[in-house]
Design a protein around this ligand. Structure first.
Ligand SMILES: [Zn+2]
Length: 94
């Protein structure tokens, strides 16, 4: 895992990547910061192109160490739930 920390682009405050975070204390969204030199040394563009074309192609940049530990929504190409029909003509009660 090459994610090093989360950083606020507004005030520069850093947060640990291993803990769930929301917004910065100043209200700004946080940016994920990676050790890009280490990623470049470990993964070449040619190797990335050989991986399946889904979210796990970039697993080295994700905060989860293994695919089995990811949340359901992170699995690209899969729907997590069927859309619910509403409105006139739907069989659902209103
Ligand atoms: Zn901030």
């Amino acid at each position: 895992m090459y994610l090093t920390h989360l950083e606020c682009p507004r005030c520069g405050r850093a947060y640990p990547a291993a803990e769930p975070q929301n917004l910065c204390a100043c209200g700004s969204p946080l940016l994920a910061r990676h050790d890009l030199a280490a990623v470049a040394a470990a993964v070449t563009p040619e190797r990335l192109a050989l991986r399946p074309a889904d979210l796990w192609r970039y697993r080295k940049l994700l905060p989860w160490p293994t695919p089995g530990t990811s949340p359901r929504w992170a699995r690209a190409g899969r729907r997590c739930c069927a859309p619910r029909r509403t409105g006139p003509g739907s069989a659902s009660p209103t």
